[in-house]
Design a protein around this ligand. Sequence first.
Ligand code: GDD
Ligand code: MG
Length: 363
Amino acid sequence: MTQAVILVGGQGTRLRPLTCNLPKPMVPVLTLPFLEHVIRNLKEHKITDIILAQHYLAESIHTYFGDGSKFGVKLTYVMEESPRGTAGAIKNVEQYLKGTFFVLNGDIFANRNFTDMLKTHRKNKAKATIALTPVEDPTIYGVVETAADNRVKRFLEKPKKEEVTTNYINAGTYILSRDILAKIQAGAKVSIERETFPQLLAEGAPVYGYPSTDYWMDTGTTEKYMQLHRDLLAGKCEGYRFADDLMAGVKIKIHNSVVGTGKVIVGNNCFIAAGVVLNGPVVIGNNCAISTDTVISDTVIWDNTEVGSSANLRSCVIANDCLIPDNMSLNGVIMGDHIKPKPGGKIAAGARLFPAGCEETTP
Ligand code: GDD
Ligand code: MG
């Protein structure tokens, strides 16, 4: 049985203020934790023995997912005392790995055909297979040059513009043969992108690319997080195509005439008052209340948030436990958790509001 290691050690700094009090894997996508989508995708391909390599705010992941049995998988949590880097993190879970295994960057949203990828890996008799995806700007990724048969010739992490020779990049999903672990130094900080892959290629090891033009999104920034929701509700990702315009959870009270244009998802236990207009793409999490005559467009709201009456929200992300006062107008605002703006106050378009104790950092 093929196993998977998910790298969930990053701090999610660029997703702040959304990740001030929540690790990146728990950030909700369509009302479910990001990691739950990844686990479901693995399970669809019968990959149920999953190891989470982590070191940051791990408790909330454990509280939600437990041993994985509720999700039909077996989860093993391995903590690093200090960040080991992408290869160091894999080395750190060596004792749990039995044979050829998958590695997933924990911040990638894709609906991957792991079965076909594994078939290709075996057919190529590869030591490593790297999923590839085309992007517009390869310089912020790992660029992977391949030959006509997809054998990898060169791996270049975060290249300069003039070094870019292809727009196919490392999509952050690998299949590795277990003997590669012997090449990674134990107890050290090692990067699979900057050290292990270049070393394997220098030694002439059979490393193959697995290119695909299927939907792929890295959710590293708040802009990409928004874009992911727009794409999913526009039906751009296989497996996430919705027939209905309004998808609502349980114990919800929705009054008349709430849906304008575009698709809308409302989580469980929400109250949507009369006269509210939701112009999709809109996602509202669990336990939220939206008061009369408020208009919400192109916006993602997490859990336990209340929006007053006659408010107007456009292209915003509002995290957990916020309280938006009556009549407030918000445009392109990213609001961290537990924020309660003053009634009558004005918030600038594009503002990022940080919860107490969480500083803004330059990416
Ligand atoms: N456990 C653990 N320990 N995980 C880590 C560590 C660590 O020390 N460092 C990073 N990770 C995890 C992150 O949480 C993330 O899921 C994944 O490893 C990749 O790290 P990022 O920090 O997100 O790297 P990146 O986005 O700049 O680049 C990577 O992803 C691109 C695709 O999105 C590289 O793999 C690129 O080559 C690739 O193109
Ligand atoms: Mg990343």
